[in-house]
Design a protein around this ligand. Structure first.
Ligand code: CU
Length: 651
C-alpha cells in the first residue's frame, strides 16, 4: 500500500495554496472587467423563463427549493420533511400523515441530497427523491405537481446520509447508515462499538409510485457510510458508497477516526444481491416501518410495512468489495462513461480515481490485501487508474461536464478544481466564497451532463451579502463552464444549507405540469363539488363544514349552532378551474395553520372553539378585487346551548 508521508502532505499543501493564491489574484482582475458579460449571461428578461430548473436541498429546513438557472431566482419551496406554514403542509388534515414516522409525528427533519429519477442513466424529469437525514426516510416528489407524493422510512438505519442515490433506470434509490448502531437496536454499552455496532446499506424500490419499499438490506461493518452513487453504462448493476471511520472509533472521532491512511469505498454488486434474494439467501428480519402516500386531491395515508430481507456478505459471495481510498473519503462519484470512480478524501492530498475495469480484474484475480468482516479488501495499486495531484485541500465532491473534464470541490482551499479525466491533471481552478461542499452541474452525475453551468454550494457565507445579524443565508455561486476557463457569474442565497442539488432542462419538466386539479376527479370524501352541496353536518360533538370557495365568497358563510367543546372540521373545496387561483382559509383562534387550497382541491382545517362568541373567517390569498369581502362568521354558543345548526349559502 502506498503511504502518504507528512512531507508529501506539506508539499501538496504549499503547492496548492500557491496555485490557489495565484489563481485568486488573476481571477480578481478578470472578474472586474467581466462583470458586464457575467450579468448578460445570467439575465433572464422579465416574462422569460429560465433554462433549467434547479432543485436545491433545503438542508436543516427539511425542504427542497426550486430555483431557476441561470437567474438564481427562487421559484418555489417544496415542503417535504417539515411543516410549512406557507401552504399548510403538515398542518392540514390532508398532509399531516406525511410526517408520520415510527417515532411518532416528526414536524422537522434535515434534508440533504436531491436526486432526479433517471432512464438509461439520464434524468427524465418524472420525480425527485430526497433523504430525511435524521429520521431515516426517502421522499418522492412528483414533478408534475411539484408536491411530495410519498415518504418511506428506512428501518435498521441511523443517520440516512448516503441517500438517496439512484440506479440507472430508477430501479432503486440507495441509502446507508451514517452512524453505525447496534442492529437490531438493544441496550448495550457504547464501549462495545467495535464488536457490536453495524451499518446497513438499503436498496429502496423506487420505480413504482406509491409503492416505495425496502427491497433488501446489506449488513456491513460498523463504519460511517457517507455518500453513495450508482454505476452507469458498464458499471450499471453496481453501487459505490464512501466510508470513513474504518478505525471503528466511538469517541472523539475527529482524531480517532482519522488514524488510517485509507478508508474504503464499498462497491456493492446489487445485481448479485438480487440473485441472492431470489435464491432465498437472506435473513428475514422482523422490523416495521412506515410509508406515507399523498394522492393528488386526497388525504395522505400511512401504511405499516413489515420485514426486511437482510443480506449478509458472508452468505452471498461477490456482493461487496472494499476499495481502499485515502483518507476519510466523503464524496464518491462515477464519471459519465461509468469507468471511473472518484473518491474525495477530506484529508487526502491526492484525488484517487479508481478504474471499474481494473476493479473487476482485481476481483477476478483475487488481488486482495485482506478481509474486513468477511468482505474482501482489494489492493489499492490493482484498482487505481490515477491520482490527481494538486486537486485542492479537502477535496469533497466531483461532477462531470461530459466533455472529458471533471470538477472537484476543495473545502479547505475554497475552490473548484477542473481536471482532465484522461490525464488526471489539473487544467483550471477558480476560488469560491467560501468553503464549498457539494457542487452541481445539470446532469453532472449522469450519462449526459449539460456541461454549461456549475453551481458551487458553499458552507460559509460571511461577507457575500448585506449582513442580517448573526444568521446569514447560505450561498450558492453560478459558474460558467462552457469554455476552457471557468468564469464566475453569480452569487445567490439559498434556503437552508444547500447540501446538494440537481438541475434539469426546463423543457423536460414543463410540458407535463398540472395547472389545476379537475373537480370531476376530486374523490376526497369531504369534497363539496358545487355550492348547492355546501352544508354543515353535526355528528355528536364533531361538526363537518362542507365548504366551497370561489371568487369572491365562501359557502356557507354564516354558521350558527356551534358549541364550546365541539371539534369543527372545515373541509374547503376550491371550485376554481383556472391556473393560479388558489384560495386561502383562516379562522380566528384556530390553533393550526391557515389553509391554501389549489383549484379543484380540498383541504381541511380543524378548529376547537374554547369560548363563546362570534368569530370571523376569511380568505388569506388575495384572489380578486373583492378578496377583502371574502369572509364569513361563526357563532359559538355554550356547551349546553340549543341553538340549532344554521348557515347561509347565499342562494
Ligand atoms: Cu380568495
Amino acid at each position: 500500500m502506498k503511504r502518504i508521508s507528512i512531507n508529501r502532505i506539506i508539499v501538496g499543501v504549499a503547492a496548492t495554496l500557491l496555485i490557489g493564491a495565484l489563481a485568486t489574484s488573476c481571477r480578481t482582475a478578470t472578474d472586474q472587467s467581466g462583470h458586464a458579460d457575467a450579468a448578460q449571461a445570467v439575465y433572464v428578461p422579465p416574462g422569460s423563463y429560465d433554462e433549467f430548473y434547479s432543485f436545491m436541498s433545503g438542508g436543516f429546513s427539511g425542504q427542497v427549493t426550486v430555483m431557476g438557472l441561470p437567474s438564481g431566482r427562487l421559484l418555489k419551496t417544496i415542503p417535504v420533511f417539515s411543516q410549512h406554514a406557507e401552504n399548510g403542509w403538515g398542518y392540514d388534515e390532508e398532509t399531516k400523515a406525511m410526517l408520520n414516522t415510527s417515532y411518532g409525528f416528526v414536524p422537522w427533519d434535515d434534508s440533504h441530497h436531491p436526486q432526479l429519477s433517471q432512464t438509461n442513466g439520464v434524468p427524465d424529469g418524472r420525480w425527485l427523491f430526497i433523504n430525511g437525514n435524521n429520521t431515516p426516510r426517502i421522499a418522492r416528489i412528483d414533478l408534475k405537481s411539484f408536491e411530495t407524493a410519498e415518504i418511506v422510512e428506512i428501518p435498521l438505519s441511523a443517520g440516512n446520509h448516503a441517500s438517496p442515490f439512484i440506479t440507472e433506470n430508477s430501479e432503486y434509490v440507495v441509502a446507508a447508515t451514517r452512524f453505525s448502531v447496534p442492529i437490531p437496536q438493544r441496550d448495550i454499552s457504547i464501549s462495545e462499538y467495535k464488536e457490536q455496532f453495524k451499518g446497513t446499506i438499503s436498496f429502496v424500490r423506487a420505480d413504482r409510485p406509491g409503492e416505495m419499499e425496502v427491497a433488501f438490506q446489506i449488513m456491513v461493518p460498523g463504519y460511517d457510510y457517507d455518500l453513495s452513487t450508482a454505476g452507469t453504462g458498464p458499471s450499471h448493476g453496481w453501487a459505490f458508497l464512501s466510508t470513513y471511520n474504518v478505525e471503528q472509533a466511538n469517541t472523539l472521532k475527529e482524531v480517532n477516526a482519522s488514524q488510517r491512511d485509507k478508508d474504503f469505498i464499498a462497491a456493492v454488486n446489487w445485481k448479485r444481491a438480487e440473485e441472492c434474494v431470489e435464491a432465498g439467501n437472506f435473513e428475514e428480519w422482523d422490523v416495521t416501518y412506515l410509508r406515507n402516500v399523498k394522492p393528488h386531491q386526497g388525504i395522505a395515508t400511512t401504511t405499516t410495512l413489515s420485514g426486511s430481507k437482510m443480506l449478509q456478505p458472508a452468505d452471498c459471495d461477490g456482493l461487496v468489495y472494499f476499495l481502499p481510498t485515502p483518507k476519510s473519503p466523503h464524496g464518491v462519484d462515477v464519471d459519465p462513461t461509468g469507468e471511473f470512480i472518484v473518491g474525495g478524501g477530506k484529508l487526502a492530498t491526492v484525488l484517487p480515481v479508481h478504474s471499474f475495469t481494473k476493479m473487476l480484474k482485481a476481483i477476478e484475480d483475487k488481488e486482495f490485501e485482506g478481509m474486513a468482516d468477511g468482505i474482501p479488501v482489494l489492493k489499492y495499486d490493482a484498482i487505481i487508474a490515477g491520482e490527481v495531484e494538486n486537486a485542492g485541500l479537502g477535496p469533497l465532491h466531483t461532477q462531470f461536464d461530459g466533455r472529458g473534464s471533471a470538477y472537484t470541490t476543495a473545502f479547505l482551499s475554497s475552490e473548484i478544481v477542473k481536471w482532465d479525466i484522461e490525464t488526471f491533471t489539473v487544467v483550471d481552478r477558480i476560488p469560491v466564497y467560501y468553503s464549498v461542499g457539494h457542487l452541481m452541474i445539470p446532469g453532472g452525475d449522469s450519462r449526459q451532463p449539460a456541461g454549461k453551468y456549475l453551481v458551487a454550494l458553499n458552507k460559509i457565507t460571511k461577507d457575500r451579502y448585506l449582513p442580517t445579524g448573526p444568521e446569514l443565508a447560505h450561498s450558492a455561486q453560478l459558474i460558467d463552464i462552457s469554455g476552457d476557463k471557468m468564469k464566475m457569474l453569480l452569487d445567490f442565497p439559498t434556503m437552508g444549507e444547500p447540501h446538494y442539488a440537481q438541475a434539469i432542462a426546463a423543457d423536460l419538466v414543463t410540458p407535463d405540469q398540472i395547472k389545476i386539479y379537475r373537480l370531476e376527479e376530486n374523490e376526497h370524501p369531504y369534497a363539496t363539488l358545487s355550492e348547492a352541496d355546501a352544508r354543515v353536518v353535526r355528528e355528536g360533538t364533531d361538526v363537518h363544514v362542507y365548504m366551497t370557495s370561489i371568487r369572491s365568497h365562501f359557502a356557507p358563510d354564516n354558521i350558527e349552532g356551534i358549541r364550546v367543546g365541539d371539534t369543527v372540521y372545515f373541509h374547503v373545496t376550491n371550485l376554481e378551474q383556472d391556473w393560479d387561483v388558489p384560495h386561502g382559509f383562516a379562522m380566528l383562534g384556530a390553533n393550526a395553520s391557515e389553509l391554501l387550497i389549489m383549484p379543484g382541491d380540498t383541504r381541511t382545517l380543524v378548529w376547537k372553539p374554547t369560548a363563546v362568541g362570534v368569530y370571523p373567517f376569511y380568505c388569506t390569498d388575495f384572489c380578486s378585487a373583492l378578496h377583502q369581502e371574502m369572509q364569513g362568521y361563526i357563532r359559538v354558543s355554550d356547551a349546553g346551548s340549543n341553538v340549532p345548526i344554521s348557515f347561509h349559502t347565499g342562494g
